[in-house]
Design a protein around this ligand. Structure first.
Ligand code: 13P
Length: 251
């Protein structure tokens, strides 16, 4: 059985005090939840601040990006070692906003996934098609290219910890959630590509999260799809009450 993962991507929101206030609200609301892995991804500067507040809550910390070198003359970058040192256990890689605004490619995503794994961080590897690609009937082609490009050169053993997040770009921050059928279809396709790359066992085990306008009102339907193993939540993760309802989707 695949344990569901509900991850909150806080994007460029929440200062230290705001983040602490959010955790103070969220932690009691998800206390006792053991059947779901809970992850929050604040901005880099807030990661060390939350370590103490999250201790004993079962909530893990993710960064929103990482660089592929361990150290060196790379002004402005943050390495897997530094993230681990700060208290992160997971890292989001290849989010569509990074691909769109910061020039990330399948090649840089691949280097980052490898570096994260080498640095003992769990990558949350994001893929997803734009509206143009979907309308052109190229969704599967794009997903396959992103998956194979991002995972290039990884062995089955290396791949094992990777979490995949399917985030159709047209559903991010738009309020336009993919239908359960659209999401399930994409997730099944992604699992099929993983099976092709690493075999059925790896495909059965990999967690594939859906992201894009996930809300307390739509999470149940999405989570009832056989190939959807969790959610990567943006806007609705910025409030303790809505994120907690998403975490508690099964109740
Ligand atoms: P929204 O939930 O705000 O649509 O954002 C989704 C997302 O990009 C999570 O990474």
């Amino acid at each position: 059985m695949r344990k569901p993962v509900i991850a909150g991507n806080w994007k460029l929101y929440k200062t230290k005090d705001e983040a602490l206030a959010l955790i103070e609200e969220l932690a009691p609301l998800v206390a006792g939840v053991t059947n779901v892995e809970i992850v929050v991804a604040p901005v880099f500067t807030v990661i060390p601040t939350l370590v103490g507040a999250l201790s004993g809550t079962g909530i893990s910390l993710a960064a929103q990006d990482v660089f592929w070198e361990e150290e060196g003359a790379y002004t402005g970058e943050v390495s897997p070692r530094m993230l681990l040192d700060a208290g992160a256990s997971h890292v989001i890689i290849g989010h569509s906003e990074r691909r769109q605004y910061f020039g990330e490619t399948d090649g840089t995503v691949n280097r980052k996934i490898k570096a994260a794994l080498k640095g003992a961080l769990v990558p949350i590897f994001c893929i997803g098609e734009t509206l143009n690609s979907r309308e052109a009937g190229e969704t599967f082609k794009v997903l396959e290219r992103q998956l194979k490009g991002g995972l290039e050169g990884l062995s089955e053993t290396q791949f094992a910890p990777v979490i995949i997040a399917y985030e159709p770009v047209w559903a991010i921050g738009t309020g336009k959630v993919a239908t359960d059928e659209q999401a399930q279809e994409a997730h099944a396709f992604i699992r099929g590509v993983v099976a092709e790359l690493y075999g059925k066992n790896a495909a059965d085990k990999v967690r594939i999260l859906y992201g894009g306008s996930v809300k307390p009102e739509n999470v149940k339907g999405l989570m009832s799809c056989p190939d959807i193993d969790g959610a990567l939540v943006g806007g609705a993760s910025l409030k303790g009450s809505s994120f907690a309802s998403i975490v508690r989707f099964g109740e």
